[in-house]
Design a protein around this ligand. Structure first.
Ligand code: CO8
Length: 373
């Protein structure tokens, strides 16, 4: 069976930054306008006044300091509070396709491959821009790749789940070189008008080449020693937007049609699940957490990652053991752990071991154990 290696990664970084100060200012202007509009109902006690957001809360509760977005003016317009994207014609490359192609070209260059080498494209993300045709097939076509492509959604674990599919495809011989893309346009399905979650997400796209060790020529190769996926149903993170909305006569703009979560519950339930998952995966391969040179963890919350690391290795993670990217990128759904892997692996040496791990809605957890060649 051919061995699978990660031979290149690429990152699309959106052009606009929203700092916490800008975000909070826009939210508080929106909340003030709402309170003025609903002043009578609030005075009669029929409606609760909206409470203000704060930079201090956001940084203390999450560790997030800013986020990148593809479109900024609509998000910060207190009369709108979501991005402004132009509808594109069927003959134009979709926005998800565009950012995926950008990240993919960078990953191909890093791996020393061309689109002609790709024989499978997996588009794995927390939301797809449309129902069909599959985003992956559009991306495959835009790149000029052959083979086949499909979309998959396991929310924040989409990337690691796709890595396992790619590794299996390489090992089984159904593909020799797989492109995994994670175009996350979270700004379009985040509820920016809800102070409990308005600070959480950012846009980005990551791309990863997973190929047979027999064809890999990159100077930076990572053997995939093992993958482990797990899911356990939970409603604590949910979005009810979908194709049934029209037939159900439900309001497509209602609160439940964008991201919502019980953040504290997620925090408490997912930390032990993720730590136990990584520990079990390593144990099954006769490895100890302390043998890991690096943990590229899902980027949802600084405190979550600190607790997971403490459970695993009994230490506070410095930037070196479990690098943080959520301070600058925020939570980028499935792309978070891949951004960390993309940005923080150059200093590792041949033989060094690490774990890429995602966790999130579903609940879903995916871990990928890698060794630098
Ligand atoms: N400013 C000021 N105060 C606030 C704000 C704010 N912005 N927001 C909430 N507060 C208040 C609350 O109202 C509460 O007040 P009170 O005590 O009076 O009730 C107080 O602050 C504390 O609130 P919380 O208990 O909610 O605060 P936490 O310390 O729990 O922090 C977090 C909230 C940061 C959300 C934290 O719980 C967390 O990060 N949890 C983990 C969440 C997580 O990992 N989720 C994974 C989601 S990602 C995923 O699975 C992918 C989904 C698909 C992508 C979707 C893209 C859009």
């Amino acid at each position: 069976m051919p061995q699978a290696v990660i031979s290149g990664t690429g990152l699309y970084q959106p052009p606009h930054v929203i700092t916490n100060a800008e975000l909070v200012e826009a939210f508080n202007r929106y909340a003030t306008l709402q309170n003025e509009k609903n002043a009578d109902a609030i005075a009669r006690g029929e409606q609760a006044a909206m409470t203000m957001s704060s930079v201090e809360f956001i940084e203390k509760a999450s560790g997030i300091k800013q986020r990148y977005v593809i479109e900024k003016s609509g998000v910060l317009d207190p009369l709108r509070m979501y991005p402004r994207f132009e509808e594109r014609g069927d003959d134009q490359l979709s926005l998800m396709g565009e950012i995926a192609v950008d990240a993919a070209r960078k990953a191909l260059a890093a791996a020393g491959k061309t689109a002609a080498d790709i024989d499978a494209v997996f588009c794995a993300a927390a939301n797809m821009q449309r129902a069909y045709p599959a985003m992956a097939v559009e991306i495959q076509n835009a790149l000029g790749a052959g083979g086949y492509g499909f979309d998959m959604n396991v929310a924040c674990s989409s990337a690691t789940f796709a890595f396992e599919q790619a590794v299996n495809a390489v090992r089984s011989g159904s593909a020799r070189c797989v492109l995994v893309v994670n175009p996350e346009i979270t700004s379009a399905h985040l509820e920016w008008r809800d102070r409990d979650c308005h600070f959480i997400f950012g846009d980005v796209c990551t791309a990863t080449i997973i190929e047979s060790a027999e064809t890999a020529t990159s100077a930076d190769q990572w053997e995939v020693l093992g993958t482990k996926l797990a899911t356990q149903f939970s409603n604590a993170i949910r979005n009810n937007f979908g194709f049934m909305n029209r037939s159900e006569d439900s309001d497509p703009l209602a609160r439940d049609k964008t991201f919502r979560q019980e953040g504290r519950k997620v925090f408490k339930e997912v930390v032990p699940l993720a730590a136990a998952h990584i520990e079990a995966h390593l144990a099954a391969m006769n490895l100890e957490p302390t043998q890991m040179r690096r943990f590229w963890l899902h980027q949802a919350n600084l405190g979550m990652n600190q607790l997971i690391l403490k459970k695993l290795v009994g230490a506070e993670p410095g930037g070196d053991l479990a690098p943080l990217v959520l301070d600058t990128y925020a939570n980028t759904a499935s792309a978070g752990s891949v951004i960390a892997f993309h940005e923080y692996r150059g200093d590792l040496k041949s033989g060094d071991l690490g774990v890429i791990c995602s966790f999130g809605a579903g609940y879903s957890i995916g871990s990928v154990i890698v060794r630098k060649k």
